[in-house]
Design a protein around this ligand. Structure first.
Ligand code: GDP
Length: 453
């Protein structure tokens, strides 16, 4: 494979910038641009060894550099790798990279280092994807979950489930060829038990992904309510700074203002919407229309009411729309007294909290209710979690197929016919770990990485 290079550190100024070179000629390429103070050559040193020196262009030194050598297969990519750590200026790192190209390396594609690690069997596809999740983790729980997946916890679990199903499928195939032979794996009770166990394990992963989503990916959340109830003030409380325009003129927030906030370990993608009320103002009407769309597509609704005002028809309309949804009724401005019909609100939304967005009262209670509603307390980071929608889709397809197999068993479908469902489930699990993923799937996974990863 070609020898590739890219800047592995962010495209910004910093203390150190790292240029990573990977491939058969990585060490000889680095030797062409790097001169150690000790005059040692990188090709003469062992793996996991560093030399201090300079990057050179012809006879002049460009920058100081520490060159760290990794020898195949003991490197991130599984190939020979050299990491050149220079000063982290945008110009200097680009300059060193150009010299490395001139010495024979070619530009690495997005995600290419991790892709090579995958192709060289250092990590599987699920682990590769967890690298991205580590980089994008917003909090401790998201980080622990991604680290456990990178450690292989998810892959081990999936491999274990796939192995038990493959064992049963092989038994059924043997028995189908020779029905007189006694094949214990193909006994109906055994098939049932193995498939049921596999299904339970997959369902646990699916459920954990759902409750972990709030932590790993964030929850689309709409803040809705009458104009002037304090939605923008609440959003600013949650976000920690003034993003929405707060005024006491009803209808100020005419469009949808979006913000990502972190409540403990939960990430909310908040949309502060135009208030819900009938309006003749065209601009405001468009805002209200968008509010309705946001409300319908949100996974969580924060419905805000003014505690000092009685409920009106617009409030009831909002309550109707929240029925059966994941929603919290937030009764705001409690510092002004309670003049609204709290019991009526509870008829529609059982999770209700009294706050004063202006002074922060009740915000902690609101956070606790959101955590409870999103089920994040049940999120188990130790098991390794499904990292993204691709893995989730593989898992749910496998689970559906196993459900079909169980139904088949219950209604007396022949074992060989049922084996089709088991085989399909195994195929989906191997696609998840990348053991049997199509090239297009692999390319799609790595295309989402950035250059240098
Ligand atoms: P929005 O139209 O729903 O986004 O409402 P705003 O956040 O713009 O707030 C409207 C007005 O209510 C502003 O003058 C806020 O300062 C005020 N307000 C918001 N929350 C509270 C609160 O908890 N108590 C009191 N007394 N006033 C509040």
């Amino acid at each position: 494979m070609s020898t590739n290079a890219a800047i592995a550190t962010p495209n910004a100024s910093g203390g150190i910038g790292v240029i990573r070179i990977s491939g058969d000629d990585a060490i000889s390429v680095a030797d062409k641009v790097f001169r150690a103070i000790s005059e040692k050559k990188l090709c003469d040193i062992k793996g996991y060894t560093a030399l201090f020196g300079h990057i050179h262009e012809n006879e002049s030194a460009v920058d100081e550099c520490v060159a760290l050598v990794f020898r195949a297969p003991k490197s991130y990519t599984g190939e020979d790798v050299v990491e050149l750590s220079c000063h982290g200026g945008l110009f200097v790192t680009q300059k060193v990279l150009r010299l490395v190209f001139a010495a024979g390396a070619v530009p690495a594609q997005p995600g290419e280092f991790t892709k090579r690690a995958f192709l060289n069997g250092k990590i599987d596809l699920a682990q590769a994807e967890s690298v991205m999740n580590i980089i994008s983790a917003h909090g401790q729980q998201a980080l622990s979950a991604a680290s456990n997946t990178l450690d292989g916890k998810l892959s081990e679990k999936i491999a274990g489930i796939a192995a038990s199903l493959t064992n049963v499928a092989a038994g059924i195939a043997v028995w189908t060829d020779d029905p007189d032979e006694d094949v214990p794996q193909a006994h109906e009770e055994n098939v049932y038990e193995v498939v049921k166990n596999a299904l339970n394990e997959l369902n646990k992963l699916i459920k954990n992904f759902d409750s972990g989503k709030a932590i790993t990916q964030g929850v689309p959340t709409a803040i809705c309510g009458h104009p002037n109830v304090g939605k923008s003030t609440l959003m600013n409380q949650l976000a920690g700074y003034d993003k929405s325009i707060v005024t006491d003129i009803a209808g100020t927030t005419r469009d949808v203002v979006e913000e990502t906030v972190r409540l403990g370990d939960i990430v909310l993608h908040l949309a502060d919407t135009a208030g819900i009320r009938e309006s003749d103002d065209i601009v405001e009407s468009i805002g209200i229309d968008r509010t309705m769309k946001k409300l319908d597509s949100a996974s969580l609704v924060l419905a805000v009411f003014d505690s000092s005002q009685p409920l009106d028809s617009n409030d009831i309309d909002l309550l109707e729309r929240c029925k059966g949804r994941k929603a919290v009724a937030i009764i705001n401005k409690t510092d002004l007294g309670i003049n609204t019909d709290v019991e009526k609100i509870r008829e529609y939304i059982s999770d209700t909290v009294m706050i004063s967005a202006a002074n922060g009262d009740g915000i902690e209670e609101l956070k606790a209710i959101i955590e409870k509603l999103l089920g994040t307390a049940e999120f188990d980071t130790s098991a390794g979690i499904l990292a993204n929608e691709r893995q989730y889709a593989c898992c749910t397809s496998a689970a559906e197929s196993l459900n079909e197999a169980i139904t088949g068993l219950e209604i007396g479908v022949t074992l060989d016919a049922m084996n089709v469902s088991i085989d399909y489930a195994v195929e989906k699990l191997l696609e998840l770990t990348g053991e049997k993923a199509r090239e297009a799937v692999v390319n799609e996974v790595f295309s989402k990485f950035c250059v240098g990863k």
